[in-house]
Design a protein around this ligand. Structure first.
Ligand SMILES: Nc1ncnc2c1ncn2[C@@H]1O[C@H](COP(=O)(O)OP(=O)(O)OP(=O)(O)O)[C@@H](O)[C@H]1O
Length: 332
């Protein structure tokens, strides 16, 4: 069991309000990802759930029980940070088993728990090594292993992959997803990497300046964003926002994803000039200065030879466009 309820949770540091009333229900076994721009309060909210920060107001409950006054160690949760914080003088096995040892668990039970975690994370051959003898990715796996052995109700991850290189990030991300399936545990995961959010989450919570903008399954947020902020935050490259009036529309802003803009040398709805081209292998991103509409991003599949300075025309796929009012709220 590991259901989490946040009810009107607030946090202020002195006179600065950082979390401004968050309500959220995370179901037992759910993988919930907090995303949002730097400084929006993701880590603060996670640290409040962990008990590392007090709540200024509101209530945090785990399995229906208020935990505001419960010490972090008593909340039956495990936190994995960006920095692995392993003990350099201890072996992998001892690093993973330390919390159990401190809790007075018997030696055979510690061995059983660490062996099981090592097995899940393919750390078996590394159990006798010390952190200095491990790669960054291996160290992060040990930090995750250290969380698993305690069989917590809730796993809290704070940007756990941001110190890893691109290939390791992908490998460890897949490992975390597999672990979630195997353990069926509740996981709360903070990231600013939206590929991690999209691929790992059952539900994503989009935060802005201490408030929840939208909560939903990844594809729900992608296909049905509530406002320009969520529309612009979910999806990479970012959605284009066009001045709808200039295109004869009644809405204020029309949002079109880069893959839903057609690019032509001959004719189209909006004239422009190619300002930059990025060939990524499987796809080509063409940045077009579309006069009154500003800089637009067009995503083409495969390799395309558009040249900087070339005159082009852009046509949005109206059937895939999103419309927003002057306050950025979605018009449906
Ligand atoms: N101990 C503190 N004292 C004062 N202000 C703080 C403290 N901790 C965080 N803040 C402020 O609270 C806001 C939210 O910080 P937080 O670290 O939660 O953001 P974040 O969304 O996790 O950002 P990032 O993605 O950059 O890590 C920031 O404006 C930060 O400066």
């Amino acid at each position: 069991m590991g259901a989490l309820t946040l009810s009107n949770v607030t946090k202020s540091f002195g006179t600065t309000d950082v979390i401004k009333g968050v309500d959220l229900q995370v179901e037992d076994g759910e993988f919930c990802v907090f995303v949002g721009p730097s400084g929006c309060g993701k880590s603060t909210l996670l640290r409040m759930i962990a008990g590392l920060e007090d709540c200024t107001g509101g209530e945090i409950a785990i399995d229906g029980k208020r935990v505001n006054e419960v010490a972090p160690a008593k909340r039956e949760l495990a936190m994995v940070f960006q920095s692995y914080a392993l003990y350099p003088h201890l072996t992998v096995r001892d690093n993973m088993g330390l919390a159990l040892k401190q809790a007075g668990v018997s030696k055979p039970d510690i061995t059983k728990a660490t062996d099981r975690a090592a097995d899940m994370l393919s750390l078996g051959p590394l159990l006798d090594r010390r952190p200095a003898e491990l790669s960054g990715g291996q160290r992060q796996r040990v930090a995750i292993g250290r969380a698993i052995v305690r069989t917590p109700k809730l796993f809290l991850f704070d940007e756990p992959l941001s110190n890893l290189d691109a290939a390791l990030r992908v490998a460890t991300r897949i490992e975390i997803a597999r672990l979630h399936r195997d353990l069926a545990a509740t996981m709360i995961y903070v990231t600013h990497d939206q590929i991690e959010a999209m691929t790992l989450a059952d539900r994503i919570v989009v935060l802005r300046a201490g408030r929840v903008e939208q909560v939903g399954a990844p594809m729900e947020l992608y296909n049905d964003p509530a406002n320009t902020f969520v529309a612009g935050f979910i999806g990479s490259p970012q959605m284009n926002f066009l001045k709808a009036g200039a295109l004869g529309m009644r809405s204020d802003t029309m949002g079109v994803r880069p893959e839903h803009l057609a690019l032509s040398r001959e004719a189209g709805q909006m004239p422009g000039t190619v300002s930059h081209v990025e060939k990524l292998g499987g796809e080509t991103l063409v940045y077009v200065n579309a006069e009154a509409q500003g800089l637009l991003t067009v995503r083409l599949f495969g390799e395309h030879n558009f040249n900087v300075g070339e005159a082009v025309h852009i046509t949005p796929d109206a059937s895939r466009a999103f419309h927003f009012d002057a306050n950025g709220q979605r018009l449906r």
